[in-house]
Design a protein around this ligand. Structure first.
Ligand code: ATP
Ligand code: MG
Length: 860
């Protein structure tokens, strides 16, 4: 089998190999921990920043670095303990939700270090999200001191990027290679299909993109795939062609797509035994959380890294090294990523794959009350072919699970908002204690509307993500093209953005030149920009045919701009500075500022936010260059936007899909849209496998709740603009009636409906949609239109990192005018210089935080 980068010419570029700090721990995570909870696995209740700092200082001053071994075992049950202290062969911990799997994994790492069985550098721990990784690292670091930084705790993708950045030369890959997200990959696939003259109706690039992703997750390379295709099948052979060309284009662009990160790493470890040996010598302990959601490529990666031979009875003695100690934890009932190629097989057959494995079952649940657990068990027990589990809790029965049938999705949202208020009044529940789940992102809109109207602070995790916004993708494309001059997808994206007279025709001419001369698109731009008769390395630069004189001048200016930005980067400018220069000198920012479209004003704010993210990145990692920053941007996932302990204290209800909620817990959980056709999803109703996956998803949803669980549904839901009557979710039917407290059941609704007509509203709710709140609460300034998690927290940190406000010419109370928002009053000032931010009240509840560099205001 060929590796992806066979035959790649060695670019011979500088190999300044800055090791990326795989998601450095956030400052606000390094908090003190409540006594009696050495790992801080319980909620962190220290809200006072001074107290936090004191504890932190106290700890580092104490600085022994070696926690008491006994303290690490305290409070654990016998099975958990056995898992923590286990030595030797592979260890599988399988257990239901909330039984302490993640906690055991964390304690096990700390225990390995505390007992001296492992040095931090020998540990590789894989978590499902960057955020989970940061938390785990921080908890271990808290125990063993800064030495723990040498551990690798990260997601599969981050770990692979880190390896690839180190080993790029082996692959003939530029160290600043680009990472293409799903949208970039699809764009590239569209270009490829166009080049192959494939009819997009018959061969949709989107479908091809997905298929290629599936193939990569199965470690099937283009050649392997082509070999399986019978020439009679035109779809498959078109796909094989497209896959081949797509990979060639990636290679030319020095780019990897998301699935490549894993596949290329696996291929490299298999093709270069010396590289594999290096990592096997280094990582003597490999630990994987959420193992049920690994796909085939990840499965093989774990094997390669741990150095376990498949047929060698678990004692594969590769490179003369005994295999690493492998610990995996998971729950087959929570496998919810089959659509991304995850296979439960990896957990179900672990014992077969690793015959010397020890299996430990955990049966006590520490998260939820018995009623919640019983409801979740009732749902999951209907899945065929699962191993029965006996999960119990001693935390008492708790309140019944609350059921609610709403007229519509709007009324469902209203019920939730009222209930959140009621709980706040009754027992001091804070918005940060509450999560609202839905099956698909589209369902968040009705919920958001009510949150805005009722003034409940909230945060949407996922959805249209910050980094998927057009203006952010444009800006990042500039940065990527600066870091990697061969990055065709990103160069093509910005070639005519903002418009500079380099339209489709010019782009096609440059692409054709690249094709003819067998050079990258970036190199073709350089050719087009060359003066007539210019030479390069003693040879005349080939002419780019078909470019009008005006286009030629424009290409020259564009190329010069990019080269200038590259020079800035090479001279050590910070990512935020390169960003500012790119947006200024390209005219991008000026164009947005000049626009009358209010959306463009929001775009300017989003770009300002990106500037803040970049500035914050440099604050955390002064050495970090553009490549490191872009890597961080590439690896941000939905779930990384979930508020951390600090965010939760700040008090925002979290709205998210069930998929994103995996591994998390909240005191109060609302699961919405419990309808057949919504949850379970319409698509799954006829397919048994898919229905089983939906059931596991429901199990994940229900088991996130610690104390209170609400299950609601709408009798009529509008999807795709069409109101639809949907029957109750079959998962609701699975739950014994004795566990449910129907606040409003179907029958009572019918009665009330008959009485109140369609304008029905639940009795005693106090206010109607559109009315002001009785308590006069004001909608928070930043919820609603600005939907990214980053924004909220970055803003706060920007302020706290630079408490000194030094904004020349502005004072609190000044009247100012802004092109889009009109006249306002300065109500806050933060930061200084290019990071100066003014908080301005433009009246009508419109308070904006403006980065003045991006959104200048004029003092009146
Ligand atoms: N022995 C214990 N004593 C007290 N609390 C515990 C114990 N073990 C775990 N917990 C707590 O129980 C909760 C669930 O633990 P954890 O998140 O590790 O479970 P999990 O099995 O990883 O869950 P999931 O399957 O949802 O990922 C956490 O709040 C954790 O701190
Ligand atoms: Mg867990």
């Amino acid at each position: 089998m060929n590796t992806l980068f066979d035959n790649l010419p060695l670019p011979g570029l500088s190999t300044t190999d800055r090791l990326p700090s795989a998601v450095p721990p956030r400052d606000d995570l390094s908090t003190g921990r409540p006594a009696g909870d050495p790992l801080g696995t319980a909620r962190d209740d220290v809200t006072d920043p001074v107290e936090r700092a004191r504890r932190r200082a106290g700890l580092s001053a104490g600085g022994s670095g070696r926690p008491d071994e006994a303290a690490l075992l305290e409070g654990l049950n016998p099975q958990q303990r056995a898992a923590v202290v286990h030595t030797g062969g592979p260890l599988l911990i399988v257990a239901g939700a909330g039984s302490g799997k993640t906690r055991v994994l964390t304690n096990r790492i700390a225990h390995l270090l505390a007992t001296g069985r492992a040095r931090p550098g020998e540990i590789l721990a894989i978590t499902f999200t960057n955020k989970a990784a940061a938390e785990m690292r921080e908890r271990v670091e808290h125990l063993v001191g800064p030495d723990a930084r040498r551990m690798w705790v990260s997601t599969f993708h981050s770990a692979c990027v880190r390896i690839l950045r180190k080993e790029h030369a082996t692959l003939g890959l530029r160290s600043s290679f680009s990472i293409y997200d799903a949208a970039d990959s699809q764009r590239l696939m569209t270009l490829v299909c166009r080049q192959l003259d494939l009819d997009p109706k018959k061969y949709p690039p989107k479908t091809f993109s997905r298929k290629v992703s599936d193939l990569k997750n199965e470690l099937v390379d283009p050649e392997d795939y082509a070999a399986t295709v019978s020439s009679a099948n035109s779809f498959d052979s078109a796909l094989a062609q497209a896959y081949t060309l797509y990979n060639q284009r990636l290679r030319q662009a020095h780019a990897l797509d998301f699935d490549d990160l894993i596949m290329v790493t696996v291929n490299m470890l298999q093709a270069f035994p010396a590289v594999a040996e290096h990592y096997r010598r280094r990582f003597r302990h490999v630990l994987v959380d959420e193992y049920q959601d690994t796909n085939h490529a990840q499965y093989v990666l774990v094997r390669e890294l741990a150095g376990v031979d498949r047929d060698a009875d678990g004692a594969g003695d590769r490179d003369g090294l005994p295999p690493a100690e492998l610990t995996v934890v998971g729950d087959a009932d929570q496998s919810i990523y089959a659509f991304r190629g995850a296979t439960i097989r990896n957990i179900l057959e672990f014992e077969e794959d690793y015959p010397s494995a020890t299996t430990i079952l955990l049966e006590q649940n520490y998260r939820s009350t018995q009623n919640i657990l019983s409801a979740a068990n009732a749902v999951i027990s209907r899945n065929p072919g699962r191993r029965a589990k006996n999960l119990w809790t001693d935390s008492g029965e708790g309140p019944l699970v609350v059921g609610y049938v709403a007229d519509s999705e709007h009324e469902e949202a209203r019920f939730i908002a009222e209930e959140i208020d009621r709980l706040a009044a009754a027992d001091g529940t804070r918005p940060g204690d509450v999560a609202v789940f839905y099956r698909t992102n589209a369902q968040s809109r009705a919920l958001e509307e009510v949150m805005v109207r009722t003034g409940i602070p909230y945060k949407v995790v996922g959805g249209t993500r910050f980094y998927e916004r057009k203006e952010i993708k444009d800006a990042v494309a500039y940065l990527r093209a600066v870091a990697n001059p061969d990055d065709a997808v990103n160069l093509r994206r910005i070639l005519n953005v903002p418009k500079r007279g380099l339209g489709d025709r010019a782009e096609a001419m440059i692409a054709a030149h690249a094709e003819r001369e067998r050079v990258s698109f970036g190199a073709a731009i350089a050719d087009a920009a060359a003066e007539p008769g210019a030479t390069r390395e003693g040879r005349p630069v080939p002419e780019v045919l078909g470019l009008a004189t005006r286009a030629r001048t424009q290409v020259r200016a564009f190329h010069q701009l990019m080269e200038d930005l590259r020079a800035m980067d090479a001279a050590g400018a910070r990512p935020a500075e390169v960003l500012d220069a790119a947006l200024d000198r390209s005219g991008y920012l000026a164009e947005l500022r000049a626009s009358e479209d209010p959306q463009d004003a929001t775009r300017v704010e989003n770009l300002a936010e990106l500037h803040a993210v970049a500035a914050e990145f440099s604050e955390q990692d002064a050495e970090g260059g553009l490549g490191d920053f872009l890597e961080r941007v590439s690896l941000v996932a939905d779930s990384d936007q979930i508020p951390d302990a600090a965010g939760q204290e700040a008090g925002q209800v979290t709205l998210m899909t069930v998929h994103t909620a995996k591994g998390l817990e909240f005191p109060v959980v609302f699961v919405t849209g419990m309808e057949d056709g919504t949850f379970p999803h319409q698509r799954s109703l006829t397919e048994e496998d898919q229905l089983s996956e939906e059931r596991r998803l429901a199990y994940v949803a229900l088991t996130r709740a610690r104390q209170r669980l609400y299950l609601s549904r709408a009798a009529v839901r509008t999807a795709w603009g069409m109101p639809q009557e949907l029957p109750a979710s079959r998962f609701l039917d699975d739950i014994p009636g004795s566990l449910l407290d129907w606040r409003r059941a179907e029958s009572s609704m019918d009665t009330l409906r008959g009485r109140a007509g369609s304008g029905f509203r639940a009795a005693g709710t106090g206010y109607r949609s559109g009315e002001g709140r009785p308590d006069g609460r004001r909608a928070p300034a930043r919820s609603g239109p600005v939907r990214t998690g980053k924004l909220e927290s970055t803003g706060a940190r920007l302020g706290s990192a630079t408490p000194r406000a030094d904004v020349p010419g502005l004072d609190l109370g000044d009247k100012v005018t802004h092109d889009s928002y009109g006249v306002g009053t300065v109500v806050g000032l933060e930061g200084a210089g290019s990071s100066a931010v003014a908080k301005i009240d433009f009246g009508g509840g419109q308070v904006k935080r403006l980065l003045l560099r991006y959104s200048p205001v004029t003092k009146l």
